[in-house]
Design a binder for this molecule. Structure first.
Ligand code: ZN
Length: 246
């Protein structure tokens, strides 16, 4: 099943010729499953592109040479340690695999040339500044107006379910004491929980994206058994989030 984001006016994005979606656990996107990728292509466009996802902050850009280089290889895998990808090329589904981390999709629907992006955002990437890198790509490479870009957040672990250790909290506090607001402690302070999506939303807004343009699917994959969760299941199964310009 493919989920769309409530609150986001479908017409806005469909009229712009953009398709996106969040698959549940009915399609396992672990890296070895090519059948799942073929299923996705049937539902969407001609090519799929998947970033390597090394919990880093690199972002790839696909230009007009992409299709020529890909030729008949319809499932293209990044080999450049990227965790995000942007393009204005049509017919390429940008894909992010997750099972707790946050898939963040970007769509510039204001320009005549649409720009889309997909970013894998775990705590390391978010902490390391991948959102700032995304902003820089959008402004430098695509001359996009950051304030008008739609952002769609997919299935990911919520703050009630993301338990962390004291040293994790301290790492974030060492960066900025204001990060305290993204952590909840239980009454006896034995357990600490992290609001990863809250942290990412804050990163987005501090980099100039507009709060009113951020849409959240609001599904916690850890709680919903229809989705994969690494923390819950300890396996390699991953759901996919995708976006493409038709
Ligand atoms: Zn949850």
């Amino acid at each position: 099943m493919i989920y769309l984001c409530g609150g986001l006016d479908k017409k806005d994005i469909e009229n712009a010729g953009i398709v996106y979606g969040f698959m549940d656990g009915s399609l396992d996107f672990n890296p070895g499953n090519l059948t799942a990728r073929k299923e996705l292509l049937k539902k969407t466009v001609h090519y799929s592109y998947e970033v390597e996802q090394s919990h880093g902050i690199n972002i790839a850009v696909l230009d007009e040479k992409f299709k020529e280089a890909a030729k008949d290889n319809y499932n293209v895998f990044d080999i450049n340690n990227a965790d995000g990808v942007f393009t204005k090329e049509r017919g390429i589904a940008l894909c992010i695999r997750t099972a707790d981390c946050v898939p963040v999709l970007f769509a510039d629907i204001n320009n005549t040339e649409r720009v889309i992006g997909a970013v894998h955002c775990g705590w390391k990437g978010a902490y390391g500044g991948i959102i700032k890198n995304a902003k820089n790509i959008l402004t430098d490479e695509f001359k996009a107006d950051i304030g008008g870009i739609l952002i769609i957040i997919g299935p990911s672990i919520c703050k009630k379910c993301y338990e962390v250790k004291e040293d994790f909290l301290n790492l974030f506090l060492a960066k900025d004491t204001l990060n305290k607001k993204f952590f909840d402690k239980t009454v006896n302070e034995n357990r600490i929980f992290f609001d990863l999506k809250g942290f990412i939303r804050n990163e987005l807004i501090s980099n100039g994206f507009s709060d009113k343009n951020i849409y959240d699917l609001n599904i916690c994959n850890f709680e919903d058994a229809g989705f994969f969760s690494y923390r819950r299941d300890k396996d390699g199964k991953r759901q996919v989030s995708f976006i493409a310009v038709l």
